[in-house]
Design a protein around this ligand. Structure first.
Ligand code: ZN
Length: 279
């Protein structure tokens, strides 16, 4: 599932490729991908003829701003991909559910084999009402300047296992299974440490690890794993998986202390960590 860095890479790609373009036509071939609309027309008619004025992000939701004040909201879900096509003649990948054609030529295609992703159009100030999750979204670590001591104060307000708290969307936006493991390894902290038990030094390490890992992941254009679908707007996989230290590296050597990376099952998900140097 794409996490914050992958969605941010797609946002930057969209910002470069679609802002300033005018939408000529929209085709939808799976109503499930636009399930908040009852009819195709409610979706397509609000897009056709409109110029795209900007692309922002709230957590893992992409917000494509349209002239006139409407917003095209996109969530990639488990397996969604946004792909640019230079021309309509380019072969459409299987599971292409929505195609946006631009007046200047070229298309934006939404491909989603598992159809957990979605697109919808709403008024700009209505997004929080449409998406319950966004009304209570936590801090966005890629977006918000926050001091480490403020972060520490927030950690102390909870008595939760660190991994659960990092992945709690009401606490922090967009961190999932991969980046929580990588951040905790970098910080030298175990996944099950209570969040209110950290020393000031540990808070600072966790804060710095979170910022560095997420920014590096964007720099390397996200993580693409063998069993997952993430690619960027140009169909290219990310490279950050090559820099993972523990995630999906069970039985490999910890790059810091040379102990063996182990895997635990936590809430039905795999958690990877080093029992020797994460405390
Ligand atoms: Zn280690």
């Amino acid at each position: 599932m794409p996490e914050l860095p992958e969605v941010e890479v797609v946002r930057r790609d969209l910002d470069r490729e679609v802002v300033g373009r005018r939408i000529k036509a929209v085709e939808v071939d799976a109503m499930r991908s636009i399930r908040r609309h009852r009819q195709r027309k409610q979706f397509t008619s609000r897009l056709e003829g409109k110029k795209i004025t900007g692309v922002t992000r709230r957590g893992k939701y992409l917000l494509v701003m349209l002239e006139g004040g409407d917003v095209l909201v996109i969530h990639l879900g488990m397996s969604g991909q946004l792909l640019r096509a230079k021309s309509a003649r380019e072969a459409k990948p299987k599971h292409t559910h929505v195609v946006i054609t631009f007046q200047q030529g070229g298309q934006l295609r939404f491909v989603d084999p598992r159809t957990f992703g979605e697109m919808f159009v709403t008024e700009g100030d209505n997004v929080d009402k449409e998406v319950e999750e966004l009304a209570h979204l936590g801090i966005d670590p890629l977006d918000m300047a926050m001091s480490w001591d403020h972060f520490g104060a927030l950690l102390y307000q909870h008595n939760a296992k660190l991994k659960n708290l990092l992945m709690d969307q009401k606490f922090l936006a967009g961190i999932g299974n991969i980046y929580s493991d990588e951040i905790l390894w970098e910080a030298g902290l175990r996944w099950d440490r209570p969040s209110n038990s950290l020393t000031a030094q540990e808070v600072r390490r966790l804060y710095r690890a979170m910022m560095e890992i997420l920014q590096d992941a964007v720099k390397y254009r996200g993580s693409s794993l063998a069993d997952e679908q993430y690619v960027d707007l140009y169909g290219e996989p990310g490279e950050y998986q090559l820099h993972h230290k523990v995630y999906a590296r069970e039985d490999e050597m910890c790059p810091r202390c040379r102990a063996t990376v182990v895997r635990a099952k936590v809430n039905g998900r795999s958690t990877y960590f080093c029992e020797a140097c994460q405390v």
